[in-house]
Design a protein around this ligand. Structure first.
Ligand code: G1P
Length: 290
């Protein structure tokens, strides 16, 4: 029987060095795209896939992420008193069902695999999604929901994948591709950040995964891989042959908001379609590109 997917882990312990000084005193996951923090995009996408329980893997100095998901009692009371209904409504998605949200600390930055291992008590024996909040995916159907659909069909690990230019393979986990029906790709192997000349393909993993708990026993060995970090990619690779493993060419556009250019592009993509901002944004673009 395929276990229903109800849990998500969101690794948010990173230092955000690429956005200094903005991230000196605030987590990069709190940076807004238009008016919503990156972390909220990830939570919204997970909820749209039926996920109900969340675990943030945080680090020192990132407690405002936990406060963000708490009740802002004074603020809410003031808004109510002043009849600011739309502002109150904007707060709603940042509230959490009591007991549905936990945070664990990754005390040392030992890699993505190590971050996921820190969530082992939360995961237990259940399947879980991972969302890296640096990536936001704009799509009709939530990207995680697309992965869950594939998971329900295959019963195994599914990662969201997209083609990248060959010279960029050293930035991502890369698939060794088996049978490929154009959408779902059988995964024969996985390599973390290979040099372009060593990459088995140019199909890269984006920050969205649905995994069964099998990966945890490999993570618990805490073996170091690329960059001397505990790599999730290496632990996932060890499940191939034991658990069905597929890449899904998801429908949608990924914005790499861990990168300045990607972050700025996301601002445009998400604001230009807003009824309250779209016309102004189009005017700005004309003005600055003329
Ligand atoms: C991580 C993973 C990598 C994946 C990428 C997606 O790398 O290790 O396999 O392709 O996320 O964003 P990072 O971006 O943390 O270096």
């Amino acid at each position: 029987m395929i276990k229903p997917l109800k849990k998500a882990v969101l690794p948010v312990a990173g230092l955000g060095t690429r956005f200094l000084p903005a991230t000196k005193a605030m987590p990069k996951e709190m940076l807004p795209v238009v008016d919503k923090p990156l972390i909220q995009y990830a939570i919204d996408e997970a909820r749209a896939a039926g996920i109900e329980e969340f675990c943030l893997v945080t680090g020192r100095g990132k407690d405002s992420l936990i406060d963000y998901f708490d009740i802002a009692y004074e603020l809410q009371a003031t808004l109510k008193e002043r009849g600011k209904i739309s502002a109150l409504e904007a707060l709603a998605p940042s509230s959490m069902e009591p007991g549905s949200f936990v945070a664990v600390r990754q005390q040392e930055p030992l890699g993505l695999g190590h971050a996921i291992w820190c969530a082992r008590s939360f995961i237990g024996e259940d399947p879980f999604a991972i969302l890296l909040p640096d990536d936001i995916v704009k799509s009709e159907k939530s990207c995680v929901a697309q992965l869950v659909e594939a998971y329900n069909q295959t019963g195994g690990n599914v990662v969201a994948v997209t083609e990248v230019p060959r010279e960029q393979t050293n930035r991502y986990g890369i698939l060794d591709v088996g049978v490929d029906d154009g959408k779902l790709v059988e995964v024969k192997g996985l390599v973390e950040k290979p040099k372009p000349e060593d990459a088995p393909s140019n199909l890269s993993i984006i920050g969205r995964y649905v995994l069964t708990a099998d990966v945890m026993k490999h993570l618990s060995k805490l073996e170091r891989g690329a960059g001397n970090e505990v790599q999730l990619t290496d632990a996932m690779a060890k499940t191939i042959g034991h658990v069905p493993f597929h890449g899904l060419r998801y429908e949608g556009t990924r914005y790499d908001c861990g990168d300045k250019a990607g972050f700025l592009e996301a601002q445009i993509a998400f604001s230009i379609e807003r009824p309250d901002l779209g016309d102004a944004v189009k005017e700005f673009l004309k003005k600055y590109t003329a």
